[in-house]
Design a protein. Structure first.
Length: 181
């Protein structure tokens, strides 16, 4: 190494006295936490998109007049449940983790105008058939359809935060209008 370069290097080392190392030691953990947060919120967003898609496919399957791939005698609820399980499985999410929402969506029956309960034969989602999706201004029945809703658990891993190993329930809901022919 050239003598003037060695002198410049020694002077630089002497003048800094390790402040860069101390600054890096203070900033790198914060940067690492920010990157972890971005990753886990991205994972949660991806899971939310997948379960929303599963609810949409479940609602479509529930209102389909015929199902070529379903067993004979398949009910709208069982068709919705199968569609939800298929979408979750393809996305490598555990279909057994899907569960009914903690509170049943308050929707009115199209014909009777009373509260419509979830299909009791479906355990992993709430399938409500023939419900009012919108009401006409004159008080008549508006658009009728099927609503599928469920929850899926997601666990964050963010050390040194209150979200560390905390499980939250992501909600998914889809509405599909019944078509009259």
């Amino acid at each position: 190494m050239h003598p003037s370069l060695q002198t410049a290097f020694r002077r630089l080392v002497r003048e800094t006295r390790g402040t860069e190392i101390a600054e890096a030691a203070a900033v790198l953990p914060l940067l690492f936490m920010i990157l972890l947060g971005i990753f886990w919120f991205g994972q949660a967003f991806t899971t939310y998109g997948t379960i929303t898609r599963a609810a949409q496919e479940g609602a479509r399957a529930a209102v389909a007049p015929t199902c070529a791939t379903c067993a004979t005698g398949a009910t709208p609820g069982s068709s919705a449940s199968t569609a939800i399980q298929n979408v979750l499985s393809v996305a490598k999410l555990d279909p057994n983790q899907a569960q009914r929402p903690t509170t049943t969506p308050a929707l009115l029956d199209c014909k009777m105008g009373t509260a419509n309960a979830c299909d009791p034969t479906v355990t992993n989602a709430c399938v409500q058939e023939s419900v009012q999706l919108s009401v006409r201004a004159a008080g008549g029945v508006g658009v009728c359809g099927t609503v599928v809703s469920f929850q899926y658990p997601f666990k964050f891993w963010l050390p040194f935060t209150n979200l560390n190993k905390r499980q939250i329930l992501l909600n998914a809901q889809a509405r599909v209008r019944l078509e009259t022919h």
